[in-house]
Design a protein around this ligand. Structure first.
Ligand code: LLP
Length: 387
């Protein structure tokens, strides 16, 4: 088995579709991220939203990283998997009261606060529990991430973060909110960033914002830059492990940290994206009027990214060495958007062939649905070989 490949002979008898995770690659990726971050003393919180499979979470937690959560359910999943509460950060524009309470009860490391009304409620709920909530202000830096508009978060029109015009009002109010303690600032400009330039811009904006706060007398213990590092969907085997080195180096070069100040990150996709494939079987090959359709037993119920974001995933026929032909690869769901790829080259394909949809470890299994009364996909792991 090569790093990215699926050991077909061992798993071919299983009912498809299912997710297959290469845990060797997962471990190597996490080790690399942790080592590159450690060069600069950076802190990592894995973004649970990318993949909350309990097995994946527990492997990641072995490496001493924290967790970035966006719901009470994710906080619970992270705790269950062994992430320590004092390394959990909690973001989200719409935190429900019970979710804030869950965070307070577990004394999580930090709430990433996205608005003044939310700040007031956290203070109120913390007062009731006689707790102090550590908070970071999530500030919308108005930096364009140059990624798909559905996964851009740091622009003026996005709902995320405290908009710069509101920042003064929040800072004015903070001293009178006695049960919240400001420890830092937080940013996240978007996901699947393939250029380094937006991160440089983020560093510059963060520097300005840090100065504004420091000038007003707020001492920041942490600056959290969120996630966003992209992966290579076109050539997964060429870049199985993302370039964490350049990524962290960029922050080191463009954002000088103050003595005693910690820099935090929340990588999701880059940690788990390449280790997962969606494995599916071909049900039918159907001739259309102008093209051929490969109809899989997997659909957007198992992997929604192509339908939702026009996302590209490399697709491979694991069981054919025949000459390549051009196909549309689609699923069985009763929606035209249930299409994985249009007019791609695949080795000549027939019913029963096994297909791998690559780079599906992030935002794959976790976004699965039961639309059309389908079953949620199962997951198998390379380090738990099935006999
Ligand atoms: N931190 C915050 C506050 C976030 O909102 C996100 C992702 C991350 C960290 C992790 O970002 P990453 O390192 O994974 O880029 N479902 C979409 C992606 C949505 C990302 C949402 N936020 C997709 O399939 O592309």
């Amino acid at each position: 088995m090569t790093e990215g490949n699926f050991p077909l002979e061992e798993f071919s008898h299983l009912r498809t579709p299912f997710y297959f995770y290469n845990t060797n690659l997962l471990r190597e990726t996490i080790r690399t991220a942790v080592a590159e971050a450690a060069r600069y003393g950076y802190h990592l919180h894995y973004a649970v939203k990318a993949n909350a499979n309990p097995r994946i979470l527990s492997i990641i937690s072995e490496y001493g990283v924290g967790a970035d959560c966006v719901s009470g359910g994710e906080i619970q999943a992270a705790l269950d998997a062994g992430f320590p509460a004092d390394k959990i950060v909690f973001a989200g524009v719409g935190k429900a009261d019970w979710e804030i309470e869950r965070g307070l009860e577990n004394t999580i490391f930090c709430f990433n606060v996205e608005s003044l009304p939310e700040l007031e409620i956290i203070n109120e709920l913390a007062t009731k529990k006689a707790k102090t909530a550590r908070i970071a202000l999530r500030i919308n830096p108005e930096v364009d991430a140059h990624t798909h508009h559905h996964i851009t978060t740091g622009k003026k029109e996005n709902k995320f973060g405290i908009h710069p015009e509101q920042l003064d009002a929040v800072l004015d109010r903070l001293p009178s909110l006695l049960q919240v303690q400001l420890i830092g600032i937080h940013f996240h400009i978007g996901s699947q960033l393939t250029e380094i330039e937006p991160f440089q811009k983020l560093c510059n904006r963060a520097n300005e914002i840090r100065n504004t706060l420091e000038n007003r007398g707020f001492r920041l213990q942490i600056v959290n830059f969120g996630g966003g590092l992209g992966i290579d969907y076109e050539h997964p085997d060429a870049h199985l492990i993302p370039d964490f080195k350049t990524y962290f180096e960029t922050f080191h070069n463009h954002f000088p940290s103050f003595p005693g100040q910690e820099i935090h990150f929340e990588p999701g996709r880059s940690m788990v994206g390449q280790c997962g494939s969606l494995i599916s079987k071909v049900l039918y090959v159907k001739e259309g009027s102008e093209k051929k359709f490969v109809i899989l037993d997997a659909g957007f119920t198992e992997l929604i990214r192509p339908a939702l974001y026009d996302a590209y995933h490399t697709i491979e026929n694991l069981t054919s060495n025949e000459p390549e032909e051009i196909y549309d690869v689609v699923g069985p769901i009763c929606e035209s958007s249930d299409c994985f790829a249009k007019q791609i080259l695949l080795n000549r394909t027939q019913r029963g062939d096994v297909i791998a949809i690559r780079s599906a470890g992030a935002y794959g299994e976790i976004m699965a649905s039961q639309y059309n009364c389908r079953q949620l996909p199962l997951a198998y792991f390379s380090e738990n070989r099935i006999s």
